[in-house]
Design a binder for this molecule. Structure first.
Ligand SMILES: Nc1nc2c(ncn2[C@@H]2O[C@H](COP(=O)(O)OP(=O)(O)OP(=O)(O)O)[C@@H](O)[C@H]2O)c(=O)[nH]1
Length: 401
């Protein structure tokens, strides 16, 4: 289910259309939906060609007010069983010709969806219809208007969408199999309003996107990729029964220099390898591999900090000198992923007190296991700084064993 939603959100981010289908009980129809901020001229052209041509910009009521577009609710409105919240039509005040072409409408839509646009930048009436989404979205009204605003919000693109109803060449509105075939022909993602709502209501909004076996030199594991709605990813490497007692768990921050190039400046690769070995020996465990290169500052700044460390600064001083925090990591996404596993009591493998504090907030039984780090002439200062200034509980090994 959620994979479908995530794929659709990805399409919206790229300015491509998706189809949102509603239930048989309601209209039983599909609307072509695109993000109003991201929509391309080509997408609007496609939407116009496969609809009756009535292209609507969905926005919040507040935005409609800001743009001084009046909602068209009248007494008559009560007789509309769908309670469609039409607003006045509009188009860009400048930068278009007649306003009706797909290109002109795409321009008008993008303009109105741009938060910096004011009512002075548009004129009304124009060639783009408008719809106000209910302020409680699908909780307030289960229409395509609210579903499209929900989808765009989930994609991180604000509650502004552009929508049309998909028309059948027969002259009717497309439903059922005809809609599915249309989506397949043009490779368009279809999501239902129910799927969107379920996804929106899930407080963690993280999903396991993919999973496979992973044989390694340490043993056989399962690798999965978790995603959140911001498009961030966490890699989970798991082994065995995770419901048992004392399951080994580790949050591991990415370290390209250590893990790919086997740098001797840090103990990251050793900690990773030791944990994979530990999972294998225990025949169970969960590693969450986090995209937090350089304690969250990224590889480019980590290397900048390294060059200062080459000149004698320690790892803390170097980060501060380049204007970065000592540690920019945040554990929220990792904790949400951790919550998806049926863990009761764990052995948290780390030397970092911050990780212990974070994990202990969501799991009651946390035993902490400290794995040793091997000292060498390049990482000695780094390990000492971590022990003395960052309170890491590192047991130093003189030689790797
Ligand atoms: N900015 C910066 N990042 C570093 C440096 N050395 C290693 N890292 C990064 O530090 C992260 C690992 O943090 P560590 O402090 O080694 O260990 P930890 O993850 O906090 O704790 P453990 O669970 O005990 O391993 C990885 O993202 C590495 O890329 C450094 O000198 N500067």
């Amino acid at each position: 289910m959620s994979n479908t939603v995530l794929k659709a959100l990805e399409s919206l981010k790229q300015g491509r259309p998706i189809i949102i289908a509603d239930s048989k009980e309601r209209e039983n129809e599909g609307d072509l939906v695109a993000s109003a901020r991201m929509v391309t001229d080509g997408t609007v052209n496609f939407m116009v060609q496969h609809s009756s041509g009535v292209l609507c910009l969905v926005m919040t009521e507040d935005r409609m007010k800001e743009l001084k577009l009046t909602k068209l609710r009248t007494e008559d409105h009560q007789r509309d069983k769908f309670m469609t919240n039409f607003g006045e039509t509009f188009e860009a005040a400048e930068g278009i010709t007649t306003g009706i072409s797909a290109k002109d409408r795409a321009y008008s839509v993008r303009l109105a969806a741009d938060p910096s646009t004011t009512y002075k930048d548009i004129i009304s009436p124009g060639h783009v219809f408008t719809l106000a989404a209910h302020k409680n979205l699908l909780k307030g009204r289960r229409g395509h208007t609210e579903a499209s605003a929900t989808a765009c919000e989930l994609a991180g693109l604000g509650q502004s969408a552009v929508i049309v109803e998909v028309a059948s060449p027969s002259g009717g509105i497309m439903t059922g199999n005809e809609l599915t075939n249309f989506a397949n022909t043009y490779n368009i993602d279809i999501v239902t309003i129910d799927e969107l709502e379920e996804f929106y209501d899930n407080p963690s909004r993280v999903i396991k996107y993919s999973e496979s076996n992973l044989p390694t030199q340490f043993g056989e594991f399962k690798i999965s990729v978790w995603k959140n709605t911001s498009g961030e990813e966490i890699i989970a490497v798991a082994k065995g029964d995770l419901q048992g007692e004392g399951v080994p768990v580790r949050f591991h921050s990415q370290c390209l220099t250590g893990e790919v190039f086997h740098s001797l400046k840090c103990d990251c690769e050793e900690q990773l390898d030791r944990f994979l070995q530990f999972m294998q020996e225990n025949n169970q465990g969960l590693l969450l591999y986090l995209n937090q290169e350089g304690r969250g500052i990224g590889i480019a700044d980590k290397i900048k900090a390294y060059s200062l460390q080459d000149q004698g600064r320690n790892t803390i001083e170097a980060n501060l000198e380049i204007g970065k925090p000592i540690d920019a990591r945040n554990w929220d996404f990792a904790l949400e992923v951790l919550k998806q596993y049926p863990l009761k009591s764990i052995k948290l493998v780390t030397n970092n007190p911050d990780k212990v504090k974070a994990v202990s907030e969501i799991i009651n039984q946390v035993e902490v296991i400290h794995l040793p780090s091997t000292v060498n002439k390049y990482n000695q200062g780094y390990l000492e700084t971590k022990i003395k200034q960052l309170n890491h509980n590192i047991r130093i090994n003189k030689e790797k064993n």
